[in-house]
Design a protein around this ligand. Structure first.
Ligand code: AHR
Length: 308
């Protein structure tokens, strides 16, 4: 948007001043190393481009995100960027954004709304595909036979729902791969450890594999397995998702077996997309990141190239 040029004293009109682009970014929280990397990428890119970024950390609460969005709308920001805590319950506030003509860009997580025009685009990984990749790798690694213990992400969040869905879909081809227990550990390392401790307490001798919806929970589970003397990475096979530095370190140490990358470095793509939207260009409804799987065999080789 252009600001009206004010006539300079003496009558001459200065060149029109360019108003800074203002973007409201509502972030989930700081539950994992992955999310911290995403925040850093978006904030860093905003700074580089001279964007006025209004950042709000929801600390895992949808109510706080709705409050932040309401405030962004009242401040008349140019664009809203939303990383939604959960999938549902967005209709009212997104309708208000639409009525105020503020485009909403979803980052890293999708939502379920009856009217898809309530957001402009979703920039993210395909979580169902990540779940499938994890299951197929695990089936190969265990010759299609394993008692699996699943650590789910936060209840109601797209990555928890879709990573479970993709994993279960792929397991259908392997009748001897069984999810014995599955519980949410909220995407955090502390909860991952706590839930794993409970699994160990009740099922110690049956645990052959762990599937964690993110690396932080797997790292917590590794700690619990280590403390119980259970040899993570050897007698218990672990796979998780994200590809954070800590996961690579655990793979190099032989304690985590594999991780499926999920790219959090979305800053440049987010602001390129905002520019296109503001220029009236059409953008796809889903801008998908390409992810790959890393395992112990290639971890040492690539660890120094990891950016997050
Ligand atoms: O939405 C992405 C997921 O959210 C990441 O995998 C996880 O670490 C997180 O907090």
């Amino acid at each position: 948007a252009q600001e009206t040029a004010t006539p300079a004293p003496g009558g001459a009109t200065p060149p029109a001043a360019q108003k800074k682009l203002s973007v409201g970014f509502s972030q989930v929280g700081a539950e994992s190393a992955w999310r911290t990397a995403e925040t850093k990428s978006i904030r860093g890119e905003a700074e580089k481009r001279g964007v006025d970024l209004k950042f709000a950390d929801a600390q895992g609460k949808q109510a706080s995100q709705i409050q932040a969005l309401t405030s962004f709308i009242a401040q008349k920001v140019d664009v809203i960027v939303l990383a939604p805590v959960v999938e549902t319950g967005w209709e009212v506030v997104l309708t208000q954004a639409k009525e105020a003509k503020i485009p909403v860009i979803l980052v890293d997580r999708g939502i379920k709304v009856s009217d898809e025009s309530l957001y402009t685009t979703l920039i993210a990984s395909d979580f169902v595909e990540e779940g499938r990749m994890a299951a197929e790798w695990l089936a190969k690694q265990t010759n299609g036979k394993a008692n699996i213990y699943e650590l789910q992400g936060s209840t109601g969040a797209a990555p928890a729902i879709d990573r479970k869905k993709g994993f279960e879909e792929a397991l259908q081809k392997f009748p001897d791969m069984k999810i014995v227990k599955s519980q949410s550990a909220d995407f955090t390392r502390a909860k991952g450890k706590e839930v794993m401790e409970a699994f160990i307490k009740s099922d110690r001798d049956q645990i052959q594999a762990v599937y964690a919806h993110n690396d932080d929970m797997a790292l917590g589970a590794i700690q619990a397995l280590d403390e119980a003397g259970m040899n993570p990475g050897k007698t218990v096979t672990l796979i998780s998702i994200d590809g954070v530095k800590g996961a690579f370190e655990a793979m190099v140490a032989g304690k985590l077996n594999a991780t499926v990358e999920c790219n959090p470095l979305l800053g440049p793509l987010v602001f390129d997309t905002i520019n296109k939207v503001r220029a009236g260009e059409s953008v796809p409804k889903f801008i998908k990141s390409q992810d790959q799987l890393f395992e112990q065999a290639n971890a040492a080789q690539v660890i120094s190239t990891r950016e997050y």
